[in-house]
Design a binder for this molecule. Structure first.
Ligand SMILES: [Zn+2]
Length: 238
């Protein structure tokens, strides 16, 4: 947790540097070029590591990478946490401010959520709340097999994360574990996706039929061999 708040503080600091506040203006492209030494140090990409300062105590380093020639991404910010994980943010200078690049790369200046909120279990990309681990796995399997028609869940409209919840959980209190959004859509698995078990049932019936046929065939073969043996014995006894 201490680690997460250190990250949060670092991201707040970075946002303050980029956007500025009433005391200091935000970082401009010209400021960034001065920081990295462009163009004296070459064509780029050029990097600059922020010196230790208030707000950055909880992370290992914050590095700015300047891409003077890239039409989409002007600046990549790398925040390295105390475990050595790198959190990258991509930004484009639009002449006035730092904005998200058009390619949809990660740009929000908030820490990446890597710790699941209390009570969430992740299975195959879906999240389960209010279930024991065994119940969650059972449900996940039924969902996968198409046998969980009618099961209610919440859908995050921004990243399509599905959150399944038990009867003991108030769904309005839940958040998306990926983006933290609280505006989630109430959904339920349609009842008509029972095609898969039906197909499986048909397949297993066909399998059973084939097995019976084989048994009948084997039985026929055995009785033939048996009657041949009997007549052989009868001939021998004569
Ligand atoms: Zn989300």
């Amino acid at each position: 947790m201490q680690n997460a708040s250190g990250l949060e503080r670092a991201f707040r600091k970075v946002r303050l540097l980029l956007e500025g506040d009433e005391r200091s203006p935000g970082l401009t492209r010209q400021d960034l070029e001065r920081m990295v030494g462009y163009p004296e140090r070459g064509e780029g990409p050029l990097s600059y590591t922020l010196p230790p300062q208030e707000g950055l105590e909880g992370v290992r380093a914050v590095r700015f990478f300047y891409y003077p020639k890239d039409p989409e991404v002007t600046l990549i910010i790398e925040v390295e946490d105390l475990d050595g994980r790198r959190h990258l943010r991509h930004l484009k200078w639009n002449g006035l401010a730092w904005i998200s690049p058009p390619s949809g790369l990660k740009s929000e200046l908030v820490p990446t959520r890597e710790v699941l909120p209390e009570g969430y279990v992740e299975i195959g990309g879906d999240y389960f709340v209010g279930f024991s681990s065994e119940e969650a796995h059972d449900l996940a399997e039924r969902i996968y097999l198409g046998e969980a028609g009618g099961q209610k869940y919440l859908l995050c409209p921004s990243d399509s994360t599905r959150i399944f919840y038990s009867a003991s959980v108030a769904p309005a209190s839940l958040i998306c574990p990926i983006c933290g959004s609280t505006s989630l859509l109430f959904k339920s698995i349609p009842l008509d996706i029972s095609r898969r078990p039906q197909a499986e049932r048909q397949a297993s019936e066909a399998h059973l039929e084939a097995k019976i046929e084989t048994l009948v065939e084997q039985n026929r073969e055995l009785s033939k061999q048996l009657s041949e043996l009997i007549s052989l014995l009868k001939r021998g006894m004569k």
